[in-house]
Each structure stands twice: as C-alpha cells, then as structure tokens.
Design a protein around this ligand. Structure first.
Ligand code: GDP
Ligand code: ZN
Length: 303
C-alpha cells in the first residue's frame, strides 16, 4: 500500500510539531521527519502520510522567499516567520517608544529583503512632538507610516489597505497594542488553534512559537519572539545595509571597506556633520555595529 503526499503552508509552529494548511483544503497536525527542519509559520512544506498511519509528517521544507530572523543573546540566529511580504513595526506613546529598537527592526527587515511599515498606535493618547521627531528621517528614507488607534478605530481603514493581499508580521514592544490591533482588524476571524490538542496529547500546554492568522483581506504572522529584537549577526561591513541612507553614501568613502567610524575621508561622517544624515540614525548604526561585535565575540569563531 502506498501513502499520500501534499504540499501546504505552516500556519502554526510549536517547534517539533506544526499545523499545515493543505494546498487544497483543511489543515493537519504534522510531526517532523527530521528535528533540524527549522520550520516557522509561513514555510511552504511537502507532507506525507503512509497508508494505515493517521499522522502526517513534514518531509521537506520548500525554498523560502525570505525569512525574518533575530539573534538570541548568544548570537545565534533564530527564525521567526518565513515568506513575508512586510514587517509591521508597532509603536505607541505608551509604553514610550525606543527609536533604537525601531531601527533594529528596520535593519533586520532590510537585511532579510522584507519591506517595512511603521504603525503608530494609540493615536487617542496625547503624544509629545519631541518624542516623534525621530520619525522624520525614517519617512525620508521611504518608510510608510500609518497612524491608528485600536481603541477608537482611527486609521484602521488605511492600515487594512496596507495589509491587504499581503502576509505581514506584526512586531513591537510588549504593550504597544499588537493584540488589540489584531482583534480590531480580524474581528471574528479565529486563529486555527486546537489541532495539536486533538489526539497528539501535546499542544494544550505547548506554547506556539509562531502562527499565521488568515483574514479575508490578508495574513498576519505573529511570533512572541518579536517583543525585543536584535538582527541576526552579520559581517561588520554588512551592518550598514540596515541603514539605506548610510549604505548609499559608502561608495564616496576613501576606503572601500570603510565602517564610517574613524576612517579619514569618510563620506558618511561628512554627511553627519552637515546634517544630511540624521545624527541619531548614525548613532544607531554605531550601536548596532557594536552590538554585532559583542555577539560575534560571545558566539566565538566557528560556532
Ligand atoms: P501587545 O502586548 O502589543 O499585544 O498589547 P495589547 O494589545 O495587549 O495592549 C496593551 C494595552 O494597551 C491594553 O491595555 C490595551 O487596551 C491598550 N491599547 C491597545 N490599543 C490601544 C489604543 O489604540 N489606544 C489606547 N488608549 N490603548 C490601547
Ligand atoms: Zn565611511
């Protein structure tokens, strides 16, 4: 007797078990053929079930368009969600926004080749205009910004238009209103939970590591891993890729491997001095470069 195979998309990942939405219809809980498959929500996979077996197995992961990763505190890269169309970074007046964290999200998206969108939630609360001055340089590099309130509904139409027909990962500090936005946007759409608690004995007490919520207008990826964020390690030279306005000037530096720190005839530092590059963004680049080096040391060579 032969089995059956199919392809589908991982809509929930629990590490060693996943829920796959099959290409035709319906979703199934699957075990993994190998532990090292590294599956996250959004991954396209091939699954199989042998005749007489009642459980599907993920045989292979199909090639990814992209994957959004973070670095853990030891410098190891961890995948959060795959095949994304955009990263939505959510901020709010409370808890106060740390622009350096926003920059790190944007740098991670840039590194992964994923478009980004800034979602300023809680518009119903008063905001200090000084606190918002960091937005201008981000708008200048082409980052779309939408102002919304999950509480009053302000701006939600525009947000839906931005999310429509796309798969977006929502990221941001705890308390900025990601869940409230999801509830306000998705209404009665319910995440396909519960598959893993049927039969497998696992699931009910297993925390989801990433999931995809399908709505009539688009897909939202969600991962608890996105509350604080450090982009994956990169060679020092490549850290500037996360800062397009800096990378764009690098060809004007005297040294082709200029890191824009203390090198002579650096076009980037000249631009910072003349305020053509925002000083805070430049400082943010230097911080990320330092962080990247610290993590590199912690991970050690060859790890
Ligand atoms: P998450 O941790 O990012 O998922 O944030 P939550 O969705 O749990 O929201 C955190 C808190 O902010 C809750 O008390 C929400 O009621 C509140 N909140 C969410 N959106 C808004 C908003 O648009 N305006 C106001 N004033 N409060 C909001
Ligand atoms: Zn330079």
């Amino acid at each position: 007797m032969t089995g059956q195979t199919d392809t589908g998309c991982v809509v929930e990942s629990y590490g060693r078990r996943v829920v796959v939405a099959r290409s035709e219809s319906g979703s199934v809980a699957c075990k993994l053929k190998r532990r090292d498959l590294d599956l996250v929500a959004g991954d396209e996979v091939r699954i199989a079930v042998s005749a007489g077996d009642d459980e599907w197995t993920v045989i292979e992961r199909l090639p990814r368009k992209n994957v959004f990763c973070r670095s853990d505190s030891r410098g190891r890269s961890e995948s959060l969600a795959a095949n994304l169309d955009q990263l939505g970074v959510v901020i709010a007046p409370r808890p106060a926004c740390d622009p350096f964290i926003v920059d790190r999200y944007l740098a991670g998206a840039e590194q992964a080749g994923i478009a980004a969108l800034l979602i300023c939630n809680k518009q119903d609360l008063p905001a200090d205009s000084d606190d918002l001055s960091f937005l201008e340089p981000l708008r200048a590099i082409g980052l779309p910004v939408v102002a919304v309130s999950a509480r009053t509904g302000t701006g939600l139409d525009e947000l839906v238009a931005r999310l429509s027909g796309r798969r977006s990962l929502l990221a941001g500090q705890s308390g900025v209103g990601k869940s409230s936005l999801l509830n306000a946007l998705a209404g009665e759409a319910v995440r396909a939970t519960g598959h893993l608690s049927t039969g497998s004995g696992e699931g009910r007490h297993t925390t989801v590591s990433s999931a995809i919520l399908k709505t009539p207008w688009g897909e939202i990826a969600d991962s608890p891993g996105v509350r604080d964020y450090t982009p994956p390690l990169a060679p020092s030279r490549e850290v500037q890729r996360g800062y397009p306005e800096i990378a764009a000037l690098a060809s004007g530096c005297r040294f082709p491997d200029c890191l824009h720190l203390r090198e002579p005839q650096c076009a980037v530092r000249t631009a910072v001095d003349s305020a053509a590059i925002d000083a805070r963004r430049y400082e943010s680049y230097r911080r990320l470069l330092n962080l990247n080096r610290q993590l590199e040391d912690r991970r050690g060579w060859g790890a």
